[in-house]
Design a protein around this ligand. Structure first.
Ligand code: NAP
Length: 286
């Protein structure tokens, strides 16, 4: 049986949807902390085991009879310990293979995101040292994060970000979930680290141009001043953690940290991932 954590979230639910198309619901177990959200999964015939990454006894119970685990990374300052708890419970229960989602950056050591994301690479190391068979999926920036970065009304307001000419191989969460599901279903991905990226690099000028074409409105990109940018976000009422995330993501985009393109996602999907245009069309329902 396969256990999918984070199955009430975007990526995990996409993985479960793809698994349901390719294996029986009886082979899938989801790990969720919210009974209400989990009822959708139960409705699809998927067994739900309730717990959290902090609750070791819930993890021990969740791992019973499981062969493979898809661990969707969590959030917050204690997530390294949370991820270690999941891995330790998997190891204890005799799980064969763990698949873990992290982030694709060129060089974590010099990344602006290092204080927020280094714990993901530390969890990768912990998994490798655990002796479990692993597959690491280093995911690039979601196309679906565009409304978070550019603002919900980005088509009206345009994009104002301090990203310069930096580029990103944007990819859809739906397809990243499908790729993760295929890593669970197929053989040959044992002890591999994949960079899950789209096939092409795009700047935020490209994002603005594609949004203009799709919406038939003029969407502009303006390179924001990195000095005043965090203050402006704060004034707009965004919580400090979102200000920090958007600022550091932007700095790393500008510094070309996201400019990684591989065929790993294409190989897992068995086709080319969605282009930026196809992705933005889906994200903005255009
Ligand atoms: N590459 C990118 O652009 C990007 C952007 C944002 C985030 N991320 C990372 O990728 C992960 C997956 O993305 P997503 O869009 O699927 O996020 P999401 O929709 O927020 O889903 C996260 C899932 O993890 C579950 N979860 C979080 N903490 C947990 C805990 N302590 N115990 C049990 N379950 C827990 C959540 O449960 P609930 O449903 O109960 O909340 C949810 O099901 C995120 O958690 C984050 O680490 C990547």
């Amino acid at each position: 049986m396969i256990l999918v954590t984070g199955a009430t979230g975007h990526l995990g639910s996409a993985a479960v949807s793809h698994l349901l198309k390719n294996t029986s619901a009886g082979n899938i177990v989801s790990f969720a902390r919210d009974e209400n959200k989990a009822s959708i999964l139960r409705g699809k015939g998927v067994e739900v085991r309730i717990g959290t990454y902090d609750d070791i006894s819930s993890l021990d119970l969740a791992m019973q009879g499981i062969e493979k685990v898809l661990l969707i990374s969590g959030n917050g300052p204690t997530r390294l310990q949370q991820h270690k708890n999941v891995v330790a419970a998997a190891k204890k229960a005799g799980v064969r293979h763990i698949i873990f989602t992290t982030i694709a950056l060129k060089d974590m050591k010099t990344a602006a995101l290092r204080p927020l994301m280094e714990d993901l690479y530390q969890a990768e190391d912990y998994i490798k040292q655990s002796g479990l068979t692993y597959t690491i999926l280093r995911n690039t920036l979601y196309t679906g994060a565009t409304p978070l970065f550019g603002g919900e009304k980005v088509i009206k307001t345009g994009i104002n970000l301090p990203t310069g000419n930096g580029k990103v191989p944007f990819a859809l969460r739906r397809e990243m979930g499908e790729a993760a599901a295929n890593a669970l279903l197929q053989n040959g991905h044992e002890n591999q680290t994949y960079q899950i990226t789209g096939s092409d690099l795009y700047s935020y000028t490209d994002v603005a141009n594609v949004l203009s074409t799709l919406s038939e409105k003029t969407v502009t990109y303006t390179d924001a001043d990195p000095k005043t940018f965090p203050g402006r976000l704060k004034e707009s009422g965004l919580p400090d953690i979102v200000v920090l995330l958007v600022t550091t993501f932007s700095e790393d985009v500008k510094n070309h940290q996201f400019e990684i393109v591989t065929k790993d996602m294409e190989n897992l999907l068995g086709r080319k991932p969605a282009s930026l245009k196809e992705g933005l069309k889906e994200v903005f329902s255009l």
